[in-house]
Design a protein around this ligand. Structure first.
Ligand code: IMP
Ligand code: MG
Length: 332
């Protein structure tokens, strides 16, 4: 897999952090480029520790992986420095010169503009920061003294790595249903979250991509406002064990059963070649910790087969617990 794009299948929080951390360790990734911004939190559990990452790529768990933040991303300086320290990656993380900067004033704008509050923004300021970039008045990483040691040409580095047969991964953030273009507008985020947009933010052309891996959770969740087909009540969610609290904002997530029609749309528009399904152990507790397909109960296998039949691509990775290595890998 010289270049894989990982994209979220629903409204974010599908477990991309977990899948990417597994791929980093198992496939020995050489380069990982994170896109998007601080509104997204990727949770990684590794060696008993939990990390909620807003800036550092989830592949940090593989110590030889070069970590990059693409030109299309928005960097929160304090958050970046704090996470780079906490994950001990200062010597192997780079930021593109042209990534833009998200500041306190953007967060204030998010929190005080009534229509943004109404769509349930995370309040991190990402939409207003992108507006400023579109207005061509944004600050860029290259203008910031504290970021000088990290500046690099991300597109140059990643294309060079791909051309030399190294393994690269482009880390999408949020979910496809939050795409500014294809999602449930106006209940969306401020950017396109599709695989094509992830490539664009990182600076990799579509002909260089071998694999588009879409990550679905075994049930759907959503934070903030906007439609969620089949939505359960909080009681119903609690009863099924689907009730979650957001890693990034502490908000309660709404939940609903897996929706095949939405999954098909995601697979089509992202040009997905492979799928991952996370949290299968929440639907079928007997799956917990399984690392072999044969260990899964028949019902769980049927669910996976149904997804494959309906969306038309193979489910190659199945999450069976929170740790990076709690996974059934069917690529082997
Ligand atoms: P904003 O991008 O922070 O303005 O939020 C817009 C909408 O997208 C809100 O409904 C948020 O809850 C949702 N959203 C933004 N980022 C994420 C994410 O990483 N995971 C889940 N939902 C998100
Ligand atoms: Mg998240």
């Amino acid at each position: 897999m010289p270049c894989t794009v990982v994209t979220g299948g629903f409204w974010g929080d599908e477990g991309k952090g977990k899948i990417i951390s597994y791929l980093a360790l198992n496939d020995q990734l050489d380069v990982c480029v994170r896109t998007g911004s601080v509104n997204a939190a990727h949770t990684v559990w590794y060696q008993g520790r939990r990390y909620a990452l807003h800036m550092v790529p989830a592949a940090f768990v593989h110590e030889k992986c070069r970590l990059l933040i693409g030109a299309g991303a928005n960097v929160h300086i304090a958050q970046f420095l704090k996470e780079a320290e906490a994950t001990n990656v200062k010597n192997r993380i780079g930021i593109d010169h042209q990534a833009s900067i998200i500041e306190e004033k953007h967060s204030t704008q998010d929190k005080t503009r009534a229509h943004l509050k109404g769509i349930g923004t995370t309040g991190r300021g990402v939409g207003p920061a992108i507006e400023e970039r579109v207005g061509r008045t944004a600050k860029l990483a290259k203008n910031i003294p504290e970021l000088q040691p990290y500046l690099t040409d991300v597109a140059g580095e990643v294309n060079n790595a791909i051309d030399n047969g190294k393994k690269a991964l482009l880390e999408g953030t949020q979910g496809f249903m939050l795409s500014l273009f294809h999602g449930t507008y106006p209940y969306v985020t401020g950017r396109d979250t599709s695989a094509s947009a992830i490539c664009s933010e990182a600076g990799v052309g579509p002909t260089k991509i071998d694999n588009v891996l879409v990550v679905f959770k075994a049930f759907m969740t959503r934070v903030g406002e906007g439609p969620l087909p089949g939505e359960l009540t909080k009681e119903g969610a609690l009863k099924r064990g689907w009730f979650e609290i957001a890693a990034g904002t502490g908000r309660e997530r709404r939940s609903a059963p897996f929706n095949f029609e939405l999954a098909k749309k995601t697979v089509m528009i992202n040009g997905a070649t492979q799928a991952a399904v996370t949290k299968l152990d929440i639907l079928y507790p007997q799956c917990k910790g399984a690392r072999n397909y044969d260990e899964l109960p028949e019902e769980a296998k049927q669910f996976i087969k149904e997804i494959e039949k309906q969306v038309g691509i193979p489910v190659v990775l199945i999450g069976t617990g929170p740790e990076a290595l709690d996974i059934v890998d069917r690529r082997k």
